[in-house]
Write a protein that binds this ligand. Structure first.
Ligand code: NDP
Length: 328
């Protein structure tokens, strides 16, 4: 039986170990499609899995990596044939099901999305879970009926993966984008993606008033905690905040004031188990609306052998934009 290169997390007393090793194809988990992985990405959750900082890995041994693009090698699923290019994000891959930092993955065909026309496998992972989540946030704001005529849109964690794609997508859709960052040195980078103004994340990080001056009509928040509370407190009447992240923390120390006095809506975003029709709609919009030069400008590339050392970097907020892991 074939062996292939993979990162493997093993449980150890008091923690976990991480190694780059040869993995036996016979040890892959059940699934009706086997994919030759060509690219993966680096996401915040990958940082948690690689370092063990949070218990996102719930099966050992685990191949981490929550998203991949690649080519179908074998399939018992009626929708997929050998040679089909595919994308996968979520569904517990890299957490409960053997994941993407490997040359092969075996998954349920029902989890896959055909690679959208016009996106290469490398571009699909430049988008990755983070960028696809940014699109789900934009779709939630659209569905709420908000448009650029309603006022500015704020993005928190703007220099990160979700944030960078969110800035680019909102700007492309015509929004006046306020980019909140703790890295003032990234101001010109964020403006190159389409941000109109930079907001110092320190202004949002500390506990604030339940209601404050109205500053934006819409927001995409990758940060959570007191930042999200302040974002809600400064959202215009009848505006909305799409919340997807917890880079500052999982808590939400807010009050009902923004909801009952300003009609502000908090829209929760879960990218992991999004049903297929919405998933495909998101990828189709990404293929149509995300400028490829802007995507390239926010993307770094690393080889599979290098990804193991990047977990601490992404958790510390030292990674800018998106990182593609070249596997194949
Ligand atoms: P990144 O690390 O790339 O981006 C996070 C950004 O948040 C950082 O770049 C930094 O931006 C900012 N940040 C980091 N630490 C803090 C802090 N302590 N306080 C305030 N801001 C901080 O991660 P991703 O873009 O991959 O993910 C962002 C978040 O979204 C994560 O929490 C992740 O778990 C979540 N997520 C959720 C999904 C879902 O389905 N709901 C799917 C994908 C991601 P800057 O330096 O510009 O301030």
């Amino acid at each position: 039986m074939a062996r292939f290169k993979a990162w493997v997390v093993e449980k150890e007393e008091g923690g976990q170990s991480l190694s780059f090793t040869d993995f036996d194809e016979a040890d892959l988990m059940d699934g009706d499609v086997t994919v030759r992985v060509t690219h993966s990405g680096l996401n915040y959750k990958d940082g948690l899995a690689l370092t063990g900082r949070s218990p996102v890995v719930r099966r050992f041994p685990m191949i981490p990596g929550i998203d991949f693009s690649g080519v179908v090698e074998t399939s018992d699923h009626p929708a997929y044939q050998p040679g089909d290019p595919v994308v996968l994000t979520g569904w517990g891959v890299g957490e409960t099901h053997l994941g993407a930092y490997a040359e092969r993955a075996r998954v349920k065909g029902d989890w896959l999305v055909p690679l959208p026309a016009g996106l290469s496998p490398a571009q699909a992972m430049a988008v990755g879970t983070a960028g696809y989540t940014a699109m789900l946030c934009l779709m939630a704001l659209d569905a709420h009926g908000l448009t650029p005529d309603d006022g500015p849109a704020l993005v928190t964690g703007a220099s990160g993966g979700v944030g960078s794609v969110a800035v680019a997508l909102l700007a492309r859709a015509g929004w006046h984008v306020l980019a909140s960052t703790g890295r003032p040195e990234e101001a010109s980078y964020l403006k190159s993606l389409g941000a109109a103004e930079i907001v110092d994340r320190a202004d949002l990080a500390k506990p604030g008033k339940p209601l404050a001056k109205e500053r934006w009509a819409a927001a995409i928040d990758a940060v959570g905690s007191t930042t999200l509370a302040n974002v809600l407190a400064q959202t215009r009447s009848d505006g909305a905040v799409a919340a997807c992240g917890l880079a500052q923390g999982m808590d939400l120390p807010t009050s009902v004031a923004p909801f009952i006095l300003r009609g502000v809506s908090l829209l929760g975003i879960n990218s992991v188990t999004t049903p297929q029709p919405k998933r495909r709609a998101a990828w189709a919009r990404i293929a149509n609306e995300l400028d490829r030069d802007t995507l390239a400008a926010m993307t770094n590339r690393v080889g599979l052998a290098e990804v193991g050392r990047l977990g601490d970097d992404i958790l510390a907020g030292r990674v800018r934009g998106r990182t593609v892991v070249e596997v194949g």
